[in-house]
Design a protein around this ligand. Sequence first.
Ligand code: KMH
Ligand code: ZN
Length: 278
Amino acid sequence: MTTTLITVAPTGAESRKSDVPALPVTLAELVATGKECEAVGASVIHVHLRDDDTNPTLDLGRLKEAVAALRAETNLIVQLSSGGAVTDPEEDRLRVLDAEPDMASCTMGTVNFGDDVFLNRWGFVVELHTRMQERGIVPEYEIFDLGQLTSLHRLLGKHGLPSGGHVHVDFVMGVPGGMPGTVPALAAGLQALADLPSGTTFSATGIGRSTLPVLLASLAAGGHLRVGMEDTVTYAKGQPVESNAQLVARASGFARLAQRPPMSAADARELLGIKHNG
Ligand code: KMH
Ligand code: ZN
């Protein structure tokens, strides 16, 4: 792999705007962030939306508006979160696909999530996977714990390859309740990847203080990167993140040092098997 796919996850559903003033929460802020991040190396944007009170929302009208605005203003691949917030019901999370994004996340199992539970029943995962297949939406399989790779192997064996035929997983590491953001945990994950279809690609992101170790480990292992304020709001000890572009620029810099500069959106579309854009 000669280039690095960089995904930005700019908002998430967990941080409060009142605690993190730089968090993009309006559509205008999301689009502005997308443009800035694209300019410094991102090719995919992982989207969670907020309502007028800055609380997480899966409102379909807003999701459609966000997909349209990001397509109009950027060349980024638009990946909607089907994970939402831990409180979101399954039917709302499935309805996300009606906004017809290029990609959507598909978490491969239930995981403790701090004091909460991020619920992903097998039947729900199958429903997400098969609906995405039917609609030509490319999944990013989110892996919070190693057993979820075994579930992915089972999913693909029973229900077939995703739209586009390419399998891409994202290791979300360091969630309290999931796998840690460490080199041994990533190495164990990579060993398990060997059972998946050949050509399977991976990215990784480390939550909070595991951001940099996971970024460096993923680059060293030939993987791709996800960064953003969904995953970390601290740039360095005692230094809040100023913007998502600051995190993407840092990731791009490390990727260039590793002789694997950021991947263009066109190359990312080809890699991931994304056919249409709007
Ligand atoms: N907000 C988390 C509970 C995803 O976007 O698919 C789930 C999450 C994963 O962020
Ligand atoms: Zn997310």
